[in-house]
Ligand binder design. Structure first.
Ligand SMILES: Nc1ncnc2c1ncn2[C@@H]1O[C@H](COP(=O)(O)OP(=O)(O)OP(=O)(O)O)[C@@H](O)[C@H]1O
Ligand SMILES: [Mg+2]
Length: 329
């Protein structure tokens, strides 16, 4: 790859301590995102999307988390080896995050104003009056009508879509270079989902930031991202430009996800799903972690852990192209 990445995650392995010792939540995860690029991360529930995202800013509880291997490079520095103090400047400054659960991320006892003004004063040293003016501008940027009045409301007075807009306004307050949005539209109805994605796309252009968008919905990825990372059971199993992923999916798991995207035509009640469940973190599966659910699994898939290998331009997969897979692999 020739582009200079804004962020590169290299061979990241993260473990958590549970009742029965340490378990590996994500293993050997690598990806890059360029300036102004939109990267989608997709996978079923429990595949390790949020763990990957939260690891970028080291947001897991310290006592029971081990960053067992890897590096996270941002602007030439490794976020994994930064001090907490240095990292605090990056959080909400150059890298902002919209969390998966918007209800718990907005403080119910503070007004919208109080929640937007704080990061502006902290990171940009604005006076109270200047921060309030900027906060109203930000609410207007995220298309909240009557922002001058809405800013003094408490979160519970706002609709779900409006709360998500406020979250986005807080996230972009300091003009981040990178926005990590973890399932920003999942709790919203379809119309509002579309509006929020459009808003993110507009803001991305206006601010020139990069966006990592996490979702379990490949339909959302198709609309939003340029490149896609497909995760399964804590590993990246395929990575490709969005068009290549839909035109030539290489991994049977990706095939399954694509089949599960609701089609406009056809019977909405008969959605395909991938049979079986994602394994528990403590379950050891020899070979390819997807093999117990894979229709195409062969002996080698049950024996040898597959490597993530190039299968096309900027396209990596842990499953070889099908024609070759019929052979001795
Ligand atoms: N702090 C933690 N301690 C222990 N296990 C954790 C912790 N955080 C996540 N996990 C486990 O790691 C695995 C991956 O979780 P993660 O939250 O990344 O999934 P996800 O892909 O974001 O799923 P979803 O679509 O449901 O949000 C899950 O098995 C989860 O239970
Ligand atoms: Mg998640």
């Amino acid at each position: 790859m020739t582009r200079v990445p804004l962020l590169s995650v290299e061979n990241l392995t993260v473990q958590f301590r549970g009742d029965r010792g340490w378990v590996t939540a994500i293993e050997d995860v690598s990806f890059e995102i360029g300036a102004g690029e939109n990267l989608g991360i997709v996978g079923e529930s429990g595949s390790g999307k949020s763990v990957s995202a939260l690891s970028i800013l080291r947001l897991h509880g310290r006592a029971n988390t081990r960053y067992a291997s890897g590096a996270i490079r941002f602007g030439g520095r490794d976020l994994l080896s930064m001090s907490e103090r240095e990292l605090r400047k990056v959080r909400g400054g150059d890298i902002a995050m919209i969390f998966q659960d918007p209800m718990s991320s907005l403080n119910p006892v503070l007004t919208v104003a109080e929640q937007i003004i704080e990061p502006l004063q902290l990171h940009q040293g604005l006076s109270a009056a200047a921060a309030r003016r900027r906060a109203i501008e930000l609410l207007e940027m995220v298309r909240i009508a009557d922002a001058g009045r809405r800013i003094d409301e408490y979160p519970h007075r706002l609709s779900g879509g409006m709360r998500q807009r406020v979250m986005i306004a807080i996230a972009i307050a300091c003009q981040p270079k990178l926005l990590i949005a973890d399932e920003p539209t999942t709790a919203l109805d379809v119309t509002i989902q579309g509006q929020i994605l459009e808003l993110l796309r507009d803001l991305q252009r206006e601010i020139g930031m990069s966006v990592v968008l996490i979702t379990h919905d490949l339909g959302v990825i198709a609309e939003f991202a340029q490149r896609v990372l497909v995760m399964y059971a804590g590993r990246v199993i395929e990575q490709a430009p969005v068009a290549a992923l839909f035109d030539r999916p290489m991994h049977p798991y990706t095939d399954g996800l694509i089949d599960a995207v609701p089609k406009l035509e056809g019977d909405l009640h008969r959605l395909t799903t991938i049979p079986g469940n994602i394994p528990d973190l403590a379950t050891v599966i020899p070979g390819c972690r997807f093999n117990p659910r894979c229709r195409e699994a062969k002996d080698a898939c049950r024996r040898d852990p597959p490597a993530l290998l190039p299968v096309g331009p900027d396209h990596l997969s842990r499953c070889p192209p099908r024609a070759a897979a019929g052979g001795a692999v």
